[in-house]
Design a protein. Structure first.
Length: 377
């Protein structure tokens, strides 16, 4: 989940969806010269260097000049996520490449990583050859879509089992099923996050809840299972989680993902690990974070595997670097196996957590280059 995931973030404010003060014809010197479009994010504004764009791949460079950790999103109608960058800490810059056909969109900066964010309208016109005109990239999108569909199907089955155990007040069984069901969600979370409010309903945290999106889903049930041990009143929440997961799965069956969404998703999953699982924030009540950690890594691997033929043709050295990074992550993670699952987060020492963190950060560096490689003409 993308809200409140960094331990150093002590207090965050909620922003309304007010539009940033950017004129529609604003230009950006770097973008005009062929560089990325600059985005200056502060705690109150989201200044996008250019808001009238040509169809095709758009490259943004987001600099956080505020005091709060922020995120940057590009939304289509209905808040469908076309691309995102999370956990941009104060003083740092991150980049995002996103493929946009002609239409109207919104860019959003989210100081504190909560709320609707400060939004700026974007207009995209003209036409451009899609990246999927490359046969290898078209095959990558098709292959990964099949992976998402298979994971979504099993996600429905496991979530239904979990919800049934909750409704039966079988606490022991529900606890055993909780991390297993989440595994299938965590593998495809970047896809689920594109579907508007479904992700916060399924995976939202208590400190990110709003009047419009109250605390429900997996983590509400997690809290009741591990903290109070009483789920006798959670039948409606279990039913809603089951329904929301079925909605995610239904959308996943028809979702057409662009090659850049695969590339960005592979990186987002590693960001999930670095900023939620390593810290123990994600599953703070059950401490089953390593199940999510492993699932995020597996999902990233699947996206890279789909893109492999195109990457091997364009940058074989990058592929070797990525393979080496995954091998090191797998070796570090394997140290914490416990039967068919994993050790609890609170059973790991600071040194062990640092080993996992170092391996993920090292892998994230070559993974971050994939989008630039596949979008290059």
């Amino acid at each position: 989940m993308r809200t409140a995931r960094i331990l150093a973030l002590a207090a965050v404010g909620t922003l309304t969806g007010a539009l940033a003060a950017c004129s529609g014809d604003k230009t950006d010197d770097a973008a005009a010269a062929g560089g990325p479009i600059s985005v200056k994010a502060t705690d109150t504004a989201c200044e996008v260097g250019r808001t009238t764009l040509g169809a095709g791949t758009t490259h943004f460079k987001i600099t956080n000049s505020g005091a709060k950790v922020t995120e940057f999103y590009v939304y289509a109608a209905g808040d469908r996520v076309m691309g995102e960058v999370e956990n941009i800490t104060p003083g740092l810059s991150r980049e995002l490449r996103v493929e946009l056909p002609a239409g109207t969109y919104e860019a959003a900066c989210k100081p504190g990583m909560v709320g609707q964010g400060v939004r700026t309208a974007l207009t995209v016109s003209g036409s451009a050859s899609p990246l999927t005109e490359d046969a290898a990239l078209a095959a990558a999108s098709a292959d990964y879509s099949r992976y998402v569909q298979s994971q979504a199907t099993t996600l429905v089955d496991k979530t239904t089992e979990f919800a049934a155990a909750v409704k039966a007040s079988d606490v022991a069984k529900a606890k055993a099923l909780y991390p297993v069901a989440r595994t299938y969600y965590e593998r495809i979370e970047p896809v689920a996050e594109t579907f508007g409010d479904l992700d916060p309903k399924v995976d939202g945290r208590e400190d990110g809840a709003t009047k419009e999106l109250p605390f429900t889903g997996f983590h509400k049930l997690e809290k009741d299972l591990w903290i109070t041990g009483d789920v006798s009143k959670d039948g409606a929440i279990a039913d809603q989680l089951d329904a929301d997961i079925r909605a995610v799965a239904a959308k996943a069956q028809t979702e057409k993902l662009s090659p850049l969404q695969l590339a960005n998703g592979a990186k987002e999953l590693l960001d999930e690990v670095a900023n939620g699982k390593i810290t123990g924030e994600e599953d703070r009540y059950s401490h089953t974070d390593l199940w999510d950690f492993a699932a995020n890594v597996e999902g990233s691997k699947a996206a890279v595997a789909a893109l492999r033929p195109a990457l091997e043709k364009r940058d074989p050295q990058l592929v070797k670097s990525i393979d080496g990074g995954f091998a090191k992550v797998d070796a570090e993670l394997a140290k914490h196996r416990a039967g068919d699952g994993w050790k609890l987060h609170n059973q790991l020492s600071e040194a062990e957590l640092k080993g996992l963190s170092d391996a993920i950060n090292a892998l994230a560096e070559p993974i971050s280059k994939i989008a630039g490689v596949i979008s290059a003409k």
